[in-house]
Design a binder for this molecule. Structure first.
Ligand code: GLU
Length: 293
């Protein structure tokens, strides 16, 4: 089916009507590339923009990476820790610091924020899944912005999501959000890795995620930024099947969030196709969507 550009434009213009939004930001977008230290100006801008969305009456969730990156900085480690215990120690220290900074910035705008840490187990266990959902709902009712991350301090290979692209899509589906914004270190989806292939073409709109698209993005992990394009497509599948639109956009300048709500043609838009009888658990149990295979 041919989708007309005017329809896409009209669709983008309706983003201001979104009621529940999840924004995901990765470690590389939160830190200075030269030093790996936290980019405070960017974090503060992000907090201001999210608070403004909350002030418009929208429910807002921030999925933020950075626990390991910030912990690494604290311990002055030059390389990403390979040892599990060291990586988890970094996460324990880093997550607390990260939240401390978020809370400080949110408080400056009189905005309450909260921390929610999850593992795959949280979602697989029906009681903790229900509890997590109830907590989100209560926080929205109380005008709080939850800041979510994987619980990296206790996660093991068996129970980890592995990347926050997947986690943010699962949160989107759990809380029935209507928009997921993945802030990445790339403008969006390309036909090939633009860092390697100068002929790679930008794709600003994806209607259906078909096998061809999934195959095109396979093996692109790493080359396409933090989570890799394959995890972003997997995230898009969960989000769009659950009934949310998803946008991959470049988080270099977080004002792009405002551009998205103004209906500007930025990033790659994946449109929602709500599946009747959508069962989130089916996706979480599938290795492709649940982190490491
Ligand atoms: N949860 C990890 C952290 O906060 C990052 C995972 C990811 O960026 O996908 O350090």
């Amino acid at each position: 089916m041919q989708v007309h550009r005017t329809d896409i434009q009209k669709h983008r213009k309706s983003f201001m009507d979104k009621k529940r939004i999840v924004v995901k930001i990765g470690s590389s977008s939160l830190t200075h590339p030269e030093t790996g230290k936290i980019n405070l100006v960017k974090m503060e801008r992000l907090v201001r923009i999210l608070t403004d969305l909350r002030n418009m009456g929208k429910d807002v969730v921030l999925v933020s990476s950075g626990s390991i990156a910030v912990g690494r900085q604290t311990f002055n480690l030059k390389e990403k820790p390979k040892e599990k215990a060291l990586s988890q120690a970094c996460a324990a220290v880093g997550q607390a610091r990260l939240i401390m900074i978020y809370q400080k910035f949110f408080a400056e705008y009189n905005q309450m924020s909260a921390q929610i840490l999850m593992t795959k187990d949280t979602m697989l266990n029906p009681i903790s899944r229900e509890n997590a959902l109830n907590t989100f709902e209560k926080l929205f009712e109380m005008s709080v912005i939850p800041v979510v991350n994987e619980n990296d301090t206790v996660s093991t290979d068996e129970i980890e999501f592995g990347d926050n692209d997947t986690l943010s899509a699962i949160v989107t589906a759990l809380i029935d959000a209507d928009l997921l914004i993945l802030l990445s270190d790339i403008d969006g989806l390309f036909t090939d890795d633009p860092n390697v292939n100068p002929d790679a073409k930008f794709i600003d709109y994806v209607d259906y995620i078909d096998k061809d698209l999934e195959d095109m993005c396979k093996g692109s992990n790493g080359a396409f930024g933090t989570g890799g394009m394959a995890t972003k497509i997997a995230a898009a599948k969960i989000a769009t099947d659950s009934g949310a639109d998803m946008i991959i956009a470049n988080g270099h300048d977080v004002h792009i969030i405002e551009d998205i709500f103004e209906g500007k043609n930025v990033g790659t838009l994946f449109t929602a196709h709500k599946i009747k009888d959508f069962v989130l658990l089916d996706y979480i149990k599938t290795p492709q969507y649940g982190g490491k295979e």
